[in-house]
Design a protein around this ligand. Sequence first.
Ligand code: NDP
Length: 279
Amino acid sequence: MVKRFEGKVVIVTGSSQGIGRATALLFAREGAKVTITGRDLNSLEESKKAILEVTHSEDSVNVVAADVTTSEGTDKIVNSTIEKFGKLDILVNNAGAAFNDENGKVGVEVGIGAYEKTFDINVKCVIDLIQKCRSHLIASKGEVVNVSSIAGGAHANPNFAYYCMSKSALDSMTRCFAIDLIEHGVRVNSVSPGIVATHFLNALGIPDEGVKKCYEYYKQHRDIIPSGGPGKPEEIAQVIGFLADRSMSSYIVGQSIIADGGTSLIMGMNCHDLSEVCK
Ligand code: NDP
């Protein structure tokens, strides 16, 4: 039986960990050739190992250690993909992060340095990569899937304002670029995850023990995640696979699919039982 992504070439940014690794693995398992990328070579080797366990072929994977926020980094990612695989069908802009203020400030006082780092990774590098991949994607009538966040929605998280703002900007970019590129047969869509158990909190400086406690807390509070706990990276990878699979999602253009276990449906005002207060 022909696999779903047989013959396709995919770039997944941020595939040394978490959602990106699970996504690269999904594409590889379903027949695609995949460029995996991130800065940490050891983690990339772990992703590569997982891919080789399912494909048994060095030809199926291209490993690129690069900082995606630099122009040299994105050049390396795109050029090495074309050199090794000869084309590009699917670009998954997954690499992303949040940053604390260097001086421990919170809220409105979080410095411009954190703003710049956040927008570099969550917005600027996505523009850079889409521009560099544009001609290749037009040639293949390909797909772009951006990884956004429910943080970009109509809610407020004052201590991570720049992260929220960057994901709102990414959602707007998805819509605008989708309309520009659909004229050339290229679809752009995105997924907005809620809380997913990955390395994301560690990258913010929280130690393993703290992350574990945090996830336990989520499991005990269905008013935070109604489905009962953090999502798995594989659950987001499945949505990315759906959006990248034209046979499944051809008429979806410029949309973001929320995958958050119900988190974004809960409003604080509905979490309190006021029946006693109102008596
Ligand atoms: P992880 O921290 O587990 O993975 C992030 C990935 O991005 C890593 O592979 C990391 O690689 C890569 N990355 C970060 N900065 C750079 C950089 N400058 N250059 C190259 N690669 C970089 O997090 P997730 O898997 O959770 O995050 C994936 C996406 O999902 C992000 O866009 C995030 O905003 C989004 N998301 C995550 C949620 C969650 O709860 N986990 C919720 C909503 C959205 P390396 O460290 O090797 O450089």
